[in-house]
Ligand binder design. Structure first.
Ligand code: MTE
Ligand code: MO
Length: 320
């Protein structure tokens, strides 16, 4: 379905197609004439062409409130859905919101495999039934120096891990995002090696703060924020929180991750938020909350001190 509005009323494909084709043709002609579509038509028309912000974010969820929530002010939904990193669509911050409308997440399957007693293939309904949904208002710190406060909806990943029962060989967990170049224009470029891969140590994945996330702001996830299922690891830089996950694999070695492969000296495996370890190209001591004017100090582990015992005895400059 191309256009899905928050009201939940699906516009039949037959009614939508002629208009969207017409719009795309006008955009094409405008581009061919050297006139940007925005200049031609303004943002309103762009929203019509790319209704990405509402794609998939059309179902209200039932959830309870979580003890893990911060009481800090939530970042407005508009900012969190229009300032995104999702390189499968675009490297521009406003690109995913414009382009993610071509992504049709459902039906969805996550394969859980590797060193586990019970391998599983979970469809969307099975994922939604793994555990009761909670709303957790988490701080989220991008490695680039901006941050947001988001009311995510989901549950601790350890609910799933306990069901599949890792064997003693499982030391790390590898998360793989979806590969659908026909729906994701960024995957038709080689800006990263596709699919996007991330990873955690098994004890990090088991930590209750590590969340399998299916919604935000009371609804299912918008495409640009990682529909239909993503990871949220609030004490690590945002890129560790892989979006649109299709595989979770338990392995006995530290996985090679997309960002580490792209720039090993800049993006380590652990990537814990750490104001004392600068990125090679910029300081990590402060951050700007979207919507704020002034920067604020960045907190060790993004303020989630309860994860410190996971790293006892580790040199976090070496294991950045
Ligand atoms: N598959 C995938 N997951 C991803 C990314 C991406 O490009 N592709 N970007 C990461 C980065 S750098 C950040 S900061 C967060 C952004 O999540 P948000 O757009 O929902 O705020 O997603 C992370 N997960
Ligand atoms: Mo990020």
């Amino acid at each position: 379905m191309f256009i899905r509005k928050k009201s939940g009323s699906d516009i039949p494909y037959s009614e939508v197609t002629p208009k969207s084709l017409y719009m795309d043709r006008r955009r094409f002609l405008a581009a061919a004439a050297g006139v940007g579509a925005a200049a031609l038509a303004g943002d309103k028309l762009l929203d019509l062409i790319h209704p990405g912000a509402s794609a998939h974010a059309d179902t209200r969820l039932q959830y309870s409130k979580s003890q893990y929530s911060t009481t800090e002010k939530e970042t407005p939904y508009q900012d969190v859905t229009h300032y995104n990193n999702f390189y499968e669509f675009s490297t521009d911050k406003d690109g995913p919101a414009k382009l993610a409308g071509t992504f049709h997440p459902l039906p969805w399957t996550i394969s859980v495999d590797g060193h586990v007693k019970n391998k599983m293939k979970l469809d969307y309904d099975a994922i939604m039934k793994l555990a009761p949904l909670e709303e957790r208002i988490y701080r989220h710190r991008c490695v680039e120096g901006w941050s947001i406060v988001v009311p995510w909806i989901g549950f601790s990943l350890n609910n799933l891990i306990n069901k599949v029962q890792p064997t003693s060989k499982a030391k790390f967990v590898e998360f793989t995002s979806v590969y659908r170049p026909s729906e994701m224009p960024g995957q038709r470029t080689n800006i990263l090696d596709w699919p996007y891969v991330e990873g955690l140590r098994l004890d990090e994945a088991m930590h209750p703060l590590t969340m399998l996330t299916v919604g935000m702001y009371g609804q299912t996830l918008p495409n640009q924020d990682g529909a239909p299922v993503r990871l949220t690891v609030p004490w690590k830089y945002g890129f560790k929180s892989a979006k649109s996950i299709v595989e979770i694999k338990f392995i006995d070695y530290m996985p090679e991750t997309s960002w580490h492969r792209a720039a090993p000296n800049e993006y380590g495996f652990y990537s814990n938020v750490n104001p004392h370890v600068d990125h090679p190209r910029w300081s990590q001591a402060t951050e700007r909350r979207l919507g704020d004017f002034f920067r604020r100090p960045t907190l060790m582990f993004n303020g989630y001190d309860q994860v410190a015992p996971l790293y006892t005895g580790m040199d976090l400059r070496k294991w950045f």
